[in-house]
Design a protein around this ligand. Structure first.
Ligand code: PMP
Length: 391
């Protein structure tokens, strides 16, 4: 069997061996962590150990971590007009979200559509800080308090947002700041304190943990969003439902490994990413590297060639054992025009060709070499056809 080059870590990262081992051990001792017997206590211990590990990745106290079914749920939980901060009920009147945020944030959680506003971005996909100022000033003047949600790094382009600058503005306007840190966690050194955020969402499967588990992490244990799921008192009453102990254990193990490796890994991946980018352009002078000048994650390359449809190229790569994504394919194999690239005002014709390479913990030089080797052939056949059509 041919080895495949899996270069789609932003969609999901393969399970790390440490996460697999932690899960298998937890699967072999199934128990409800709320039970008082020995098995229940063992499950509780696994969950609390995982909570410490996830907390440590984000640089917070364990009690600040609420486990959820993934980042989609963590985002939905965070985006609540009702928060409790230090025992006081806080009402947020409007939600400001960036135009390039993940659909699970742009959907607005529990804010009704008329209370959601979109923050524009520039052509590199960076949030327009002047627009943030204007929007916050308008709401402050009208006595409205804002919840602002801007992702830490984009899943399609890897563009990193100036979180601290945004947080400062939000806090000056007495607002609350949430960031979807799904793509940055474990890819660049990151923690809640440095981000300036009050709430952050992360997802296990982007870190090499299992699918279907994530966390909402708060600045201290005294910020809580009104629960989405009520019932049993799990997760300190913030999220009801019997905890998925095996998945949580795998998440903890992956988070811990990711935190340990992030310094070296970010440098290693940066070298591989730069090699991939240079190779793309060596083969195709007309290739456009999207958001090239922005501060980006060290693992993400987003590129397009005029006249080459990403859908066709991705299939050609797949047939040669290289896995990439097209545009916003992060969400369920969709191949429509990416909202992120639209917000960056990338011409629709070019955006249709956007392909994403995303590297991760198990990506090797061999994988990048294979990608470049296949790219030569893909470009020769599809690029030639595109040129013939254009002539
Ligand atoms: N936010 C971002 C930036 C993402 O890339 C994703 C995954 N596509 C999510 C949120 C959703 O995460 P999950 O799959 O854990 O629900």
């Amino acid at each position: 069997m041919t080895e495949r080059a899996y270069l789609d870590h932003n969609a999901t990262s393969p399970l790390r061996p440490v996460a697999r081992a932690a899960m298998i051990s937890a699967l072999d001792q199934p128990a409800n962590a709320s039970s008082v017997h020995a098995e229940g206590r063992a499950a509780r211990a696994r969950i609390e150990l995982a909570r410490e590990k996830v907390a440590s990745l984000a640089g917070v106290e364990p009690q600040a971590v609420t486990f959820t079914s993934g980042a989609t749920e963590a985002n939905a939980l965070a985006l609540s007009p009702e928060l409790e901060i230090d025992g006081e009920a806080v009402r947020l009147d409007v939600l400001l979200v960036s135009a390039v945020d993940h659909p699970s944030v742009r959907a607005g959680g529990r804010f009704s559509a008329e209370r959601i506003e979109t923050i524009p971005v520039d052509s590199d996909g960076i949030v327009d800080l002047a627009a943030v100022d204007t929007m916050l000033a308008k709401h402050s003047a009208a006595g409205r308090r804002a919840l602002v949600s801007v992702m830490a790094a984009n899943n399609e382009t890897g563009v990193v947002q100036p979180l601290r600058d945004i947080a400062k503005r939000v806090h000056e306007a007495a607002g609350v700041f949430h960031t979807d840190a799904v793509q940055i966690a474990g890819r660049l050194p990151f923690n809640l304190e440095n981000s300036g955020a009050d709430l952050i969402s992360i997802s296990s499967h982007k870190l090499g943990g299992p699918l279907g588990v994530g966390a909402l992490i708060a600045r201290g244990e005294n910020i809580r969003a009104a629960p989405l799921l009520r019932g049993g008192g799990q997760e300190f009453g913030r999220r009801a439902g019997t905890e998925n102990a095996p998945a949580i254990a795998g998440f903890g193990a992956a988070a811990s490994q990711a935190a340990l490796d992030v310094g070296n890994e970010s440098l290693r991946l940066l070298k591989l990413r730069d090699r991939a980018e240079a190779g793309v352009r060596d083969v195709a002078e007309d290739a456009v590297l999207l958001a090239k000048n922005a501060n980006r994650l060290p693992n993400t390359v987003c590129f397009a060639v005029p006249g080459i449809a990403a859908e066709t190229a991705i299939i050609a790569f797949d047939l040669e054992a290289v896995s990439l994504s097209a545009g916003a394919a992060c969400s369920s194999g969709k191949t429509g025009v990416s909202e992120t690239l639209k917000a960056m005002q990338v011409a629709p014709e070019l955006a249709k060709g956007a392909m994403r390479l995303s590297l991760g913990w198990n990506t090797s030089e061999v994988d990048v070499a294979r990608f470049l080797d296949v790219w030569k052939r893909v470009y020769e056949s599809l690029g030639k056809r595109a040129k013939e059509r254009a002539a």
